[in-house]
Design a protein around this ligand. Sequence first.
Ligand code: FES
Length: 88
Amino acid sequence: MSDASDAGHVTIEIDGRVLSVRAGVPLGAALHAQDRVLRRTARSGEARGLFCGMGLCFDCLVTVNGREGVRACVTPAAEGMRVETGRP
Ligand code: FES
């Protein structure tokens, strides 16, 4: 059931967690807003953000609805998306 506060939002699932996000927001931004660690530095293993954030580096690949290799930074959130990051 939705109400006025849900207007413009969609429900997606990220690694099994159901979220309401603004429709069309890039999945990379949705992940960042959830404090999800998508990548870590090679040397220290410290959490880091996306590299380019504009679809050029392929650093942000996730699986969406079973399709692998989707760039999270340029893929808009849509109703019912199931996103898997491969990260716990
Ligand atoms: S962060 Fe570079 S392609 Fe997504």
